[in-house]
Design a protein around this ligand. Structure first.
Ligand SMILES: [Zn+2]
Length: 268
């Protein structure tokens, strides 16, 4: 979800809320359910294995449902923070369905563009934003909002993450999502994609929806923790075997010497 708001005549504030986690949650679910489905096809209906797999499948579905709900809440919270911080007068959503709404000139407008999540998830995020801010978001047709250059009005086909205007006298470059939100913002104010002008400062802030570890981060952490645990246990083993082999006299020495158990733990 991306939001754009005019701060003053020369500045547009943009907040880009990354929706990657939402996609990751869905991907993980599809993968796990796929593998369960594969096993299910090899079991007999009503058998013990079949029941066990069905329960596992249900568990994954329920877990994903809550994780996605939580994700949408977090996106909406961050979007609402942007809207509240800018004291926006209106809230306008870019809409692919093409519902045109009457627009009134208003300087302070909060607008945001939908992202490539599922329609259902976007609708829910918008509901949460409305609830958080007390606004009833309007909808605006967002056709061509990702193609039109907000500096000169030229139309370009965006490639990759950044939008680059191919107009040689313009050369405007900006994050693709931010561009869409800026265009919706202009349309909400003026009714069409009126260029913002060349000298306007665009301040983009990137936020992650969920401050949760990715799967890779989790696996990397687990690896480190396991290595630590192994080192610790082997250190303890070394320490205990040394204790057994040494005489009483030596044991007394080791208690006072720096080579105690504590130091071995620190090394690990
Ligand atoms: Zn341009």
């Amino acid at each position: 979800m991306t939001l754009a708001t005019w701060v003053d005549e020369h500045t547009v504030d943009v907040t880009v809320i990354n929706g990657r986690e939402g996609k990751a949650i869905k991907r993980l679910r599809n993968k796990s359910i796929g593998s369960i489905q594969k096993k299910l096809s090899r079991t007999k209906n009503g058998s013990k294995d079949h029941r066990r797999l069905m329960a596992a499948k249900k568990k994954i579905q329920a877990k994903t449902k809550y994780r996605l709900q939580d994700f949408d809440h977090q996106v909406a919270r961050k979007a609402a923070n942007h809207i509240i911080a800018h004291n926006s007068g209106r809230l306008v959503y870019g809409d692919i369905r093409g519902i045109e709404q009457k627009t009134k000139e208003h300087r302070r407008v909060g607008s945001h563009q939908r992202q490539q999540l599922s329609k259902w998830s976007r609708g829910r995020q918008e509901r949460y934003v409305n609830k958080n801010t007390g606004f009833k978001g309007e909808y605006l047709d967002e056709a061509r909002s990702t193609k039109t250059c907000p500096a000169c009005g030229a139309r370009n086909r965006p490639t990759g993450r950044d939008y680059r205007c191919k107009n040689p006298s313009c050369g405007f470059v900006c994050h693709r999502d931010a561009l869409g939100a800026i265009n919706i913002l202009q349309k909400a104010i003026h009714g069409t994609y009126v260029p913002i002008g060349q000298d306007v400062k665009i301040c983009v802030r990137y936020l992650r929806a969920v401050k949760r570890w990715t799967k890779d981060q989790r696996l990397a952490h687990r690896k480190v923790q396991r290595r630590k645990a192994r080192a610790l246990s082997s250190a303890q083993n070394r320490a205990s075997s040394r204790e057994i082999s040494t005489s009483k006299q030596r044991q007394a020495q080791s208690l006072t010497s720096p080579l105690g158990l504590d130091q071995l733990v620190v090394m690990a």
